[in-house]
Design a protein around this ligand. Structure first.
Ligand code: ZN
Length: 435
């Protein structure tokens, strides 16, 4: 940067504004990811002086994005420093359409899931069904919405190839969608800005921020749902994107040459051999989210279930061994029904991967179950919305006041004709991380 000779110039007003915006972003991002922090901790973590932190926290409070509480009395010596919290009532509406259900959640800053409703769709939901179910479910959340400070937008996690720039679903083979402008339709239907991205990528992000892979730079993530197996890899701290953004189709690794035909055209892909539907068939269930699956498997010791879970775990181990050889991850995180399988026969995956991977790599990798459970994809979808707010907290002032605006006029709109049942799912007991 050059300055004119002889004129001592401070930063320009635009430059000062930009730096202030970056500092607000820094503080709000820390509070969102780490949970409540004292002003003293913020001062230490950011390297700003105390008065700067005080001014930034006040500004975040004015924007409705943060608030302060008195610290616990006996916690520290000397002058107590108030605790600063990201405002969990600044929320996103998270939508996860899948072959058996549309799940809708209200997720606050800090990854707090205020409410989660799983709506059994009865048949494959279309984009129009997804929009009308989301709208109806959100209308049913009117009391929670009334308590919110701000609804920052809608985030959708989709089992699909998604153009995450414009939220168009290019191909969702299990939902039978192609070239669907999902984000635009959700935005038009609910009157809020909307974004969409691949579910496995969002799950991977959520586990990196709040779950089993916090602080890890090399991670392989696999999520299993009714729609198959999606994946993602974090390599040196950077999500692997690929040349056109679709890297991570780990579910299409061939594990059985003589296996079933996959929709991708090959035989014996991981997602055709290791599948939720095979487990549900043995359990006599039509559908189940992972909590229901786990409860059902725990109460069943039939030889068929044991044999099928061993078969699936051994094929999963074959694929994981390949991934260990290829990516050399520090951690493998298993979400959805894969996490349930992993817990069902403790140690079986670890032993097979330790045995199979080259050069002892398999003995070092840690295989963990996704920590966010059934909230995983909702927390990930909300990140799509929060990303903009965290990058530019001042933008909160320009957002609409929330969906409350249209609630009274449209309450009572009917659900789609194919409607099944909506199931209230209790929010988990997961607390905020405060370390
Ligand atoms: Zn395939």
């Amino acid at each position: 940067m050059s300055t004119s000779p002889g004129t001592a110039q401070g930063p320009s007003p635009q430059g000062t504004e930009r730096v202030r915006g970056q500092n607000l972003s820094r503080i709000l991002t820390l509070l969102h990811r780490q949970g409540p922090l004292s002003r003293a901790e913020l001062t230490r973590l950011c390297g700003f002086n105390r008065s700067t932190v005080g001014a930034l926290v006040s500004e975040l409070a004015q924007l409705g994005l943060a608030y302060e509480t008195e610290p616990a009395a006996a916690r520290r010596v000397g002058r107590p420093s108030p605790l600063v919290h990201a405002n969990e009532n600044v929320a996103a509406i998270a939508v996860h359409p899948d072959v058996d259900a549309v799940t809708v959640g209200l997720v606050g800053l800090g990854g707090k899931v205020h409410r989660r409703i799983r709506y059994d769709a009865g048949s494959l939901p279309t984009v129009a069904d997804t929009v009308s179910i989301s709208r109806s479910v959100v209308e049913g959340m009117s009391s929670e919405l009334a308590a919110m400070t701000l609804i920052a937008g809608i985030g959708a996690a989709v089992p699909a190839l998604v153009n995450s720039n414009d939220g168009t679903v290019l191909l969702a083979p299990h939902l039978n969608w192609s070239d669907e402008p999902l984000a635009a339709e959700l935005s038009a239907g609910l009157g809020l800005p909307a974004r969409a991205a691949n579910d496995a990528n969002l799950g991977s992000l959520a586990e990196s921020l709040f779950g089993a892979a916090v602080g890890e730079s090399d991670v392989v993530y696999l999520n299993g749902s009714a729609s198959g197996i999606g994946g993602g890899a974090l390599v040196g701290g950077v999500p692997l994107r690929g040349a056109t953004g679709y890297a991570g189709e780990l579910g299409h690794t061939v594990v059985n040459d003589a296996g079933s035909l996959c929709h991708c055209g090959r035989r014996g892909c991981l997602e055709t051999e290791v599948s939720l539907s095979r487990l549900l068939a043995i359990l006599g269930l039509e559908h189940a989210d992972q909590d229901q699956l786990e409860a059902s498997m725990a109460g069943n010791s039939s030889p068929e279930l044991v044999a099928e879970s061993h078969r699936q775990l051994d094929l999963l181990a074959a694929a994981l061994t390949d991934f260990v050889n290829i990516f050399n991850p520090g951690v493998i995180v298993l979400g959805g029904f894969l996490g349930v399988l992993h817990s069902f026969v403790p140690g079986r995956l670890e032993a097979a991967v330790a045995d199979g991977a080259i050069g002892g790599l398999g003995a070092e990798v840690r295989i963990r179950r996704a920590a966010l459970g059934s909230e995983l994809l909702l927390v990930g979808a909300a990140e799509l919305v929060f990303a903009g707010l965290l990058a530019d907290p001042s933008s909160a002032g320009a957002l609409p006041a929330g969906v409350q605006a249209w609630l009274p006029a449209s309450a009572g709109e009917v659900l789609p004709a194919s409607a099944g049942e909506a199931v209230e799912v209790p929010a988990s007991a997961r607390g905020h991380r405060t370390d």
